[in-house]
Design a protein around this ligand. Sequence first.
Ligand SMILES: [Ca+2]
Length: 433
Amino acid sequence: MLIPRQFSILMLAAALCGCASNATTAQEPNTDANSALTISSKTVSKQDPTKEATPLPSARELADFKSWRSDFRARALAKGIKPSIFDRAFAGVSVNQQVVKLDGSQAEFTRQIWDYLDTATSASRVSTGKQQWQRHADTLAKIEQRYKVDAKVVMSIWGMETNYGSYRGNTNTIEGLATLAFEGRRRTFAEAELIAALQILQAGDVKPEKMRGSWAGAMGHTQFMPTSYLEYAQDFTGDGKRDIWSDDPTDALASTAYYLARFGWQKGAPWGVEIKLPKHFDYSQADQSHRKPVAYWKQRGVTTVDGQPLPDHGDAAILVPAGAHGPAFAVFENFRVIRRYNNATSYAMAVGHLGDKLAGGGDFVAPWPRNEAALSRSEKKQLQQKLTALGFDTQGADGVIGPNTTKAIRAYQQSKQQVADGYANATLLKQLN
Ligand SMILES: [Ca+2]
């Protein structure tokens, strides 16, 4: 899901797909090193939750919705949407209670990154991907040639977002976004997306009944939000329509390649490589914001996991998704480009890793600490409260491990002469208790 970065609704849409950024996948606002690392369980579900039985809205809600719709209609018309387009798009559209429920829910249980990666890059995901790649080989080669974006990453995003088109979502996009706008928590964002969706209908790229996708507004094979669609969608088939919704994935795959190209994809360069860190490595440097030339890391004894010199693809950051006791990676510019699609670190790793596997690569070498249970949201809150009480301020206790919490953990670890990997786990929580 492509979502404009500032909204970073990752969690939102994520529900539907593996989703990306474009927005959609909603992980919490960005960025944190760790938050991205644990994925909410809803991120993983590929089912369209709006297919469940939906309770009816109350009379009061319906009246309020009508009143919002009437105000919004005026705003949409002022932006150039024709009355007939608006009225046809909103015919039969009401408050979608499942969307309300999903938007308000916070996952209590999260998965460890290795569990997430296992699912995201499973043997069946890889074998289906290889078959689909073969099936669309000519198209993918042409797309790669035109946009200078490796076919493997386009394939991988397609696999992550909708399992190669098999879970594109069945929520009426206008209804999903109208519900989010009406509900109000994200009104500005949802109304902007809704206007974009109406502009798409007005341009005639798709009929209202075909404009369907995730409950949070992401559409088509690679889950574009409407604003991303307007800016990046491509008509690669040459029929005059940018059709990301049909069974033929051509336009959607080209759109994805164009999106990555626009954000600076470097063809032929890796997203990252697994590395070996020297003994006594200063783990406080393992932070995505700490990007340094490859020469800098070489001087500090960093090599590839099999002891070879680190390849040079520009500045790199060191990533230790499971702390000092799991695999380590050097990540390059393309990793950041993938994060423009979905800002979660775990998502970017999954896209990179799946793409490598589709191209014949294998598993990571170093083992994950698989015996570690994931912290629940309330345990994370507890951890934040304890740290703050001890003078290591996490700037709030929301149960999401973000940059502030990571920083507080590092400071705590340093004060105890421990390895400062900033990693939140059960051992740390036990220590604090
Ligand atoms: Ca087309």
